[in-house]
Design a protein around this ligand. Structure first.
Ligand code: G3P
Length: 219
């Protein structure tokens, strides 16, 4: 199971890279705006030099011609760029053409299994179903992941990876793993939560105390 971090914050990406557990990065226009960076292209260039795995960079346009131009431009920033396009007819047309040219494409804003089938047929490297936003409207985000994983497993020629997005909790990550999703893109705060368990903290405190009592050193 791959972990991407869902952020455009360079400091967070650098810190999480140090864990050795990060397989990629996803950004979106909202995350870029939140980062405060004023040069999107330079931001993506920097992120893709920090992380060796896929870095999703989203087109800004919504019409086919401009999305194609933006997608081609973004794909040339670095070898590990995944061009992110919206789940629209024009976005899927861009996906089909860029994928044919060997560019990784992430189809975003997926909210149904039908849309995920279209993304796979368009040759997407990744499809991003937004589980948290579905949960927000009482629609069962993880059921969608289950459905997509099941449909994709029926068609081995579908090479699209299920990238669970809009993750809000460690539970979402575990559920994604139980369902066999290929990737979870996770906000930095939730990645940090994954490490935590109160029994780990209390157990370690006990070990440290008992070791002191033993009066020994290893080095
Ligand atoms: O990057 C796409 C997705 O992860 C956004 O999540 O929390 O804005 O619904 P959220």
């Amino acid at each position: 199971m791959k972990f991407f971090v869902d952020t455009a914050d360079i400091k967070e990406i650098e810190a999480l890279t140090e864990t050795g557990l990060l397989d990629g990065v996803t950004t979106n226009p909202s995350l870029v705006a939140k980062s405060g960076h004023s040069n999107f292209v330079e931001l993506i260039r920097e992120i893709s030099s920090i992380v060796s795995g896929p870095v999703s960079a989203e087109v800004a346009a919504t019409d086919y011609e401009t999305m194609m131009e933006e997608g081609k431009f973004l794909s040339k920033i670095a070898d590990n760029i995944a061009v992110k396009v919206p789940m629209t007819p024009a976005g899927l047309r861009v996906c089909k053409n860029l994928s044919y040219d060997g560019v990784m494409v992430n189809v975003t804003l997926c909210f149904s299994a039908a849309q995920a089938i279209l993304a796979a047929k368009a040759g997407a490297a990744f499809v991003s179903p937004f589980v948290g936003r579905l949960d927000d409207i009482g629609s069962g985000g993880m059921q969608l992941i289950s459905d997509i994983c099941q449909v994709y497993s029926n068609y081995p020629d579908f090479k699209t990876e299920v990238l669970v997005a809009s993750v809000r909790s460690p539970e979402h990550v575990v559920q994604a793993g139980l369902l066999g999703a290929h990737v979870a893109t996770i906000p930095p705060s939730v990645i940090r939560q994954l490490f935590k368990h109160p029994l780990t903290d209390s157990g370690l405190a006990q070990f440290v105390e008992d070791w002191k009592k033993s009066g020994q050193t290893i080095l």
